[in-house]
Write a protein that binds this ligand. Structure first.
Ligand code: SF4
Length: 413
């Protein structure tokens, strides 16, 4: 029989391609009352720890099994893949989670699975792990469960009782690509389940706000998320961001995660040989952030012709360089929406500026005092003691100033 650590090696490695494991926005729980194990208090269970490749590392991130009936071309666990297979028992995942948690290695569990027997059977197994952790071990750490869209609605509802976050991967930016790369998956089932999750999340929120009712049943307090693979098909950044905007709007997702496609062994010829540049994934995250918190639309930030985000500069700076007629912006009078469009200004910086200007005239030195980065912003703003030269704002040199310096490639000797 395969030893549990060998299973862990296989099933943790098999799970690493899923980017949607960051935890945030859950409710606070703690065990200081001595009645439970673990907590999601800040600094403990709410993790924002990432491996150097950008993936979350403070959750135990495993698959229940990497055996799968499906044959999604981009997936290393697909039925036709020639990889070593393993399957945890429910007790093994529970035991590992508790052991790692007690040693402070992790703050929670991210559990997904290949599809075995049927969607319902697989979902039942995944839920059984979470149920056992919560009910038998009083585990109060973070749990993120990957849900299977074709599973019965009652099972999805049950998963929400135990999980902090539920996710369903949309996988591809378009239905055509999904059909081509994951023929057994059905975009309608994915969207239908996302819609049902949204309804349940809305109901739970409404019930929580209704003070006249007794405590409502818990349902995935950290909401739902999804993942899209970037660079396996020819979808442009514009198409990817349009899909994200639609998902955020229709299903109120907490996050869309972008996962740069990694070439896999014995890959189908339909897949590219090279992964996309990792910076493309990073630019998509920046663009996604601009859409969610800065009031930009996908249409504004992606170049119309190529449909791609620039790789050499961030999307907000690229937008500002294209819209120089809107600058320089007078910090004393600009609206919050306008300030949010200044390169280098984050939402907190804008809040600090607005709070400060109520009482005083902001000068150059104040930006440093307020801990606001100024290098990117200065050519685009007016302060009481600073006005950028019109030549700088209109000249070609401004864009060049922000682009990374060209470097000669190494020769390897
Ligand atoms: S359903 Fe597709 S993506 Fe998920 S494990 Fe199976 S082959 Fe991989």
């Amino acid at each position: 029989m395969m030893d549990i650590m060998r299973k862990l090696e296989i099933l943790a490695d098999a799970a690493k391609y899923d980017a949607s494991c960051a935890s945030s926005g859950t409710e606070l729980r703690d065990s200081s009352d001595g009645k439970g194990l673990g907590s999601t208090a800040p600094g403990m269970g709410i993790c924002h720890s990432y491996a150097p490749d950008g993936r979350c590392i403070s959750l135990l991130k495993v698959l229940l099994t990497n055996a799968c009936n499906y044959d999604c071309l981009y997936c290393v666990n697909r039925a036709s893949s020639n990889v070593a297979r393993a399957r945890f028992t429910i007790d093994e995942v529970v035991k590992l989670t508790i052991a790692f948690y007690r040693r402070n290695y992790i703050e929670g569990l991210f559990l997904s699975s290949g599809i075995i027997r049927s969607a319902d059977y697989t979902m039942e197994q995944v839920i059984a792990v979470a149920r056992k952790l919560r009910e038998e071990h009083r585990f109060r750490g973070y749990i993120h469960l990957k849900t299977i869209p074709e599973a019965d609605d009652a099972l999805i509802a049950e998963a929400g009782k135990y999980a902090d976050r539920l996710s369903i991967n949309i996988e591809m930016p378009s239905e055509t690509s999904l059909k081509r790369f994951a023929p057994e998956k059905d975009v309608r089932a994915i969207r239908r389940t996302m819609g049902r999750l949204r309804l349940r999340l809305d109901e739970a929120k409404e019930a929580a706000n209704n003070v006249t009712r007794t405590r409502p049943p818990r349902f995935a307090p950290a909401g739902q998320s999804t993942q899209m693979i970037v660079g396996a098909d020819a979808a442009s950044d514009r198409a990817i961001l349009d899909t994200s905007a639609n998902l955020y709007g229709a299903y109120r997702l907490k996050r869309v995660y972008y996962s740069a496609f990694s070439p896999i062994p014995d890959a189908s010829r339909a897949l590219p040989l090279q992964p996309p540049p990792l910076v493309r994934e990073h630019r998509l995250y920046q663009a996604d952030w601009l859409m969610r918190f800065y009031g930009f639309s996908a249409r504004e930030i992606v170049d119309d012709k190529a449909g791609m985000l620039p790789l050499d500069i961030d999307p907000k700076l690229a937008w500002a360089l294209k819209h120089r007629d809107r600058f320089p912006l007078d910090i004393a009078r600009a609206s919050r929406e306008e300030l949010l469009r200044v390169p280098g200004f984050g939402t907190k910086a804008v809040d600090r500026i607005i709070a400060t200007r109520r009482n005083t005239t902001i000068r150059l030195a104040d930006l440093a005092r307020l801990n606001i980065p100024r290098n990117k912003a200065l050519p685009f703003i007016v302060l009481s003691d600073h006005r950028p030269s019109p030549h700088l704002l209109d000249g070609a040199a401004l864009a060049a100033r922000f682009k990374p310096k060209a470097r000669q490639l190494g020769f390897g000797f």
